[in-house]
Design a protein around this ligand. Structure first.
Ligand SMILES: O=P([O-])([O-])O[C@@H]1[C@H](O)[C@H](O)[C@@H](O)[C@H](O)[C@H]1O
Ligand SMILES: [Mg+2]
Length: 272
């Protein structure tokens, strides 16, 4: 078969656009997930339903995700739900597709900016149909780095997150940022607006599409230890270049989080 997944890729772009056009409810019902600061809204559910109804052959799983060899959609209907609830203007629809456990394509629609990011293995990365590529800055002191504090407020973890951020800030770097959506953060790496984004505690659906987009834009996606990226590990570092990644890894204070697939923590060998 010549180009087996091209149609699915194009379809995912259209579905992401339609999903991103869902209007904000006047009386937004806000619910919580893993903690009181891990928010979900009725709109998340509505958008998820729209996506699942339109994509072919979907079965929905939320917890205990398991990546099999079967063609699999990995969806975050509203990435940046806290932003969405507060009217902070970065919200994205993230749709990725994996075959035989390998990510094949990713689509991130940053709805409020009307930016459609997409990438397919070996076919380049685009924003609104224009090719995008990562920054060529290799000197960390000339970089902007993104990290997020996520939704786990266990004091010991928050301490590690802020200690890591402090050390990176004091390298020094030009700045630390965070858009409040992991999918958008990865697209900011892919366009060269920032040099890197890392987070411990994200989920597979937050970063699956962004991982393809960063790679196709010429960047790298790794585990926070420098080892290979593991979609289910909830640990991810994306960067424009190995030099930037290596320097950040030196400062990251790693902490344990339960994996998305429920498998016990696997040791990540560093490739650096
Ligand atoms: O809950 P959600 O808004 O879909 O996703 C969250 C966002 O991507 C946020 O940037 C990241 O820091 C959290 O770890 C994610 O859970
Ligand atoms: Mg998300």
């Amino acid at each position: 078969m010549a180009d087996e997944w091209q149609e699915a890729y194009e379809f995912a772009v259209e579905v992401a656009r339609k999903a991103g056009m869902v209007k904000i409810d006047k009386e937004m019902k806000v619910l919580t997930k893993s903690s009181t600061v891990d928010l979900v809204t009725k709109t998340d559910e509505r958008v998820e339903k729209i996506i699942i109804e339109q994509l072919p052959c979907t079965e929905s799983t939320e917890k205990g995700c398991e990546l099999t060899d079967a063609p699999t959609w990995i969806i975050d209907p509203v990435d940046g739900t806290t932003n969405f609830v507060h009217g902070f203007p970065f919200v994205a629809v993230s749709i990725a597709f994996a075959v035989k456990k390998e990510l094949e394509f990713g689509v991130v629609y940053s709805c409020l900016e009307d930016k459609m990011y997409r990438a397919r293995n070996g076919k380049g990365a685009f924003c609104n149909d224009e090719p995008i590529s990562v920054s060529d800055v290799k000197d960390i002191t000339k970089s902007i780095i993104i990290s997020e504090h996520g939704t786990d407020r266990t004091p010991a973890k928050v301490e590690k997150i802020f200690s890591t951020m402090q050390k990176i800030l004091c390298i020094p770097v030009h700045g630390l940022r965070g858009s409040g959506t992991a999918a958008t953060n990865m697209c900011l790496v892919a366009t060269g607006a920032v040099e890197a984004f890392f987070e411990i505690g994200i989920h597979c659906w937050d970063v699956a599409a962004g991982a393809v987009i960063v790679r196709e834009a010429g960047g790298i996606v790794l585990d926070v230890s420098g080892g290979p990226f593991d979609l289910m590990s909830r640990r991810m570092l994306s960067a424009n270049h190995e030099d930037i990644a290596k320097r950040i890894i030196k400062e990251i204070e790693v902490f344990e989080v339960p994996r998305d697939d429920g498998v016990k923590h696997l040791q990540q060998p560093s490739s650096f």
